[in-house]
Design a protein around this ligand. Structure first.
Ligand code: 13P
Length: 252
């Protein structure tokens, strides 16, 4: 059985004060949740204070990015060991905003995954096609390229530590969610790909999140699909009430 994982990707939102206000609410309102893994991913500046506040609770902390080097002259970058010390369990890597705005390649993302695993944190590897790619019917090819590139060289044990997030770029921040059929189809494709790259057993164990305009009113529909194991949420994770509703989605 795969435990559902709902993660909030706050992106470049919330300063330290605002972050603490939000997690104060979440800690209280989600205290009774044990059947869903809950993760919040604040901006770098708020990670440590959020972690200190959530310590001992059922909410884990994740970062939104990192660099692959351990330390040195890399102005503006943050290393995995710094994130580990700040309290992170997860690190989101290869988000489409990183790929598009900051031109991150699959090779770079692959190195970042290696670095995150070497600090014993867990990568959330994102993939997803643009609208143009979907309209050209190359969605599967794009996903395959991103995942085979990102996962290159990792063992089965390492694969088991990762979460995959399928986030169609056209659904991010647009209010246009993928239909449950569209999402399920790609999630199944991803699981079959992991089975080919590793084994069926590993494919059955790896959790695949859906991301892209997940809201309280569509989360249950998506989560009840057989290969959708969680959600990576942007906008709706910024308010306590909507994030709580997402975590407490209705199970079939
Ligand atoms: P939205 O939920 O705002 O569409 O963002 C999705 C996302 O990019 C999460 O990583």
């Amino acid at each position: 059985m795969r435990k559902p994982i709902i993660a909030g990707n706050w992106k470049m939102n919330k300063n330290v004060t605002e972050s603490l206000e939000l997690v104060k609410d979440l800690r209280f309102k989600l205290a009774d949740v044990s059947d869903v893994e809950v993760v919040v991913c604040p901006p770098f500046t708020a990670l440590y204070s959020v972690y200190q506040f959530l310590k001992g609770s059922n909410i884990k902390v994740g970062a939104q990015n990192c660099y692959f080097e351990k330390k040195g002259a890399f102005t503006g970058e943050v290393s995995p060991s710094m994130l580990k010390e700040a309290g992170c369990t997860y690190v989101i890597l290869g988000h489409s905003e990183r790929r598009q705005i900051f031109k991150e390649s699959d090779e770079l993302i692959n190195r970042k995954i290696r670095a995150v695993l070497s600090e014993e944190m867990l990568p959330i590897l994102c993939c997803g096609e643009t609208l143009e790619e979907r309209e050209k019917n190359v969605t599967n090819e794009v996903i395959k390229r991103q995942l085979t590139g990102g996962l290159k060289g990792f063992t089965e044990d390492e694969m088991l530590k990762m979460v995959i997030a399928y986030e169609p770029v056209w659904a991010i921040g647009t209010g246009k969610t993928a239909s449950k059929e569209q999402a399920q189809e790609v999630h199944k494709f991803i699981r079959d790909l992991i089975s080919k790259l590793y084994s069926q057993k590993t494919a059955d164990a790896v959790r695949i999140q859906y991301g892209g305009s997940v809201k309280p009113d569509n989360v249950s529909i998506l989560m009840n699909e057989p290969d959708i194991d969680g959600a990576l949420v942007g906008g709706a994770a910024l308010e306590a009430d909507s994030f709580v509703k997402l975590v407490k989605f209705e199970k079939k």
